[in-house]
Design a binder for this molecule. Structure first.
Ligand code: DOR
Ligand code: ZN
Length: 351
């Protein structure tokens, strides 16, 4: 049987929510990843070090017994964030990054930034204190076509921002276009990008395949095949500034399968397996460890994890849904009810 052993990967972009949802989803991530960078778009947002510390404690409490998993936290950048809060974040030891949501760009982004220049003193301090700026890179111009929002943001906002703050380290999150991949490749070493499994495996046809498919709707929205191929090429190139960030974004089934369904694909139940599938299809399994386990840690200035995971090529069916820990609703994972080719061996089991 074909097996693949990797240094344990990290997830550099993850939503775990809170409460019952947190208890449902965290075991999936903790079984696979050594660390994850946890997004702060709760309601209300995680905007201070005190709030991030309390959220981190709730995550640690929700971990299954025996899990060896470290949550790394982000602060939600608002126009009220102060340079002093950045100092506290830099000193606390568990906040490597601050997240920029353009106001209105996505789920729970209303408290995000309308006028970027109001955050400049904070960005200046972040550059001085070496905190990373994680960016949801989509234009919020209401007249912009939804499929153009990412490359418009890159041209109109990201490029000038990098000129103004040349030492600020930035991660352009969940890139979805050829233009974004090319921009990152050509940029200085201060810029990196994460790529999700759905953007490596699917193009925008998947949102409409035989009818509307709410579980394939996320933001930034899936793009044309040309873009999927460019992303796959970037991910499998072993370029050090492309790395794994699932953007696994759980929403209860009733809020996805609705007249105005929430954006987000839940992928934590099979995250590393789905990346293996994408890399195998590109004939690039030998590059998966760089993308999944090395490049992100190096960008964040951390050593790779010290242990390994093993994947086997063994076709299996993704469960139709997962019960939520409370409330009676369910959670539908990416590729629910479909076959995926790779499986991760439980700790201690050998092929
Ligand atoms: O699809 C998405 N879901 N994109 C985001 O940027 C946010 C996320 C969420 O929190 O649900
Ligand atoms: Zn996200």
């Amino acid at each position: 049987m074909e097996t693949l052993t990797l240094l344990r990967p990290d997830d550099w972009h993850l939503h775990v929510r809170d409460g019952a949802m947190l208890r449902t989803v965290l075991p999936h991530t903790a079984a696979r990843f050594g660390r994850a960078l946890v997004m702060p778009n709760l309601k209300p947002p995680v905007a201070t070090v005190a709030e991030a510390s309390a959220y981190r404690a709730r995550i640690l409490e929700a971990l299954p017994a025996g899990a060896r998993f470290t949550p790394l936290m982000t602060l939600y950048l608002t126009e009220q964030t102060t340079p002093e809060e950045i100092d506290r974040a830099a000193e606390c030891g568990f906040i490597p990054a601050v997240k920029l949501y353009p106001a209105g760009a996505t789920t729970n982004s209303a408290a995000g930034v309308c006028a970027l220049e109001r955050t400049f003193p904070v960005l200046e301090r972040m550059a001085e204190r070496n905190l990373v700026l994680c960016v949801h890179g989509e234009s919020t111009d209401p007249t912009a076509d939804i499929f153009d929002r990412e490359h418009l943001f890159v041209e109109q906002t990201l490029a000038p921002l990098m000129q103004r703050f040349p030492t600020l380290r930035i991660v352009l999150e969940h890139i979805t276009t050829r233009q974004a991949a090319e921009f990152v490749r050509a940029a200085p070493d201060t810029l990196a990008a994460t790529i999700t499994p759905q953007h490596l495996l699917l193009n925008r046809n998947a949102i409409f395949h035989g009818g509307v498919r709410p579980h394939h709707y996320c933001l930034p929205v899936l793009k044309r095949e040309e873009h999927r191929r460019a992303l796959l090429e970037a991910a499998t190139s072993a370029h050090p500034r492309f790395f794994l960030g699932t953007d696994s974004a759980p929403h209860a089934r009733a809020t996805k399968e609705a007249a105005c369904g929430c954006a987000g694909c839940y992928s934590a139940h099979a995250a590393i397996e789905l990346y293996a599938q994408a890399f195998a299809a590109a004939g690039a399994l030998d590059r998966l460890e760089a993308f999944a386990s090395r490049n992100g840690a190096a960008f964040y200035g951390l050593p790779p994890n010290g242990d390994t995971i093993t994947l086997v090529r063994r076709a299996h069916t993704v469960p139709e849904s997962f019960p939520l820990a409370e409330g009676g609703d369910t959670l539908v994972g990416l590729f629910a009810g479909e076959t995926i080719e790779w499986q991760m061996l439980p700790q201690g089991e050998s092929a």
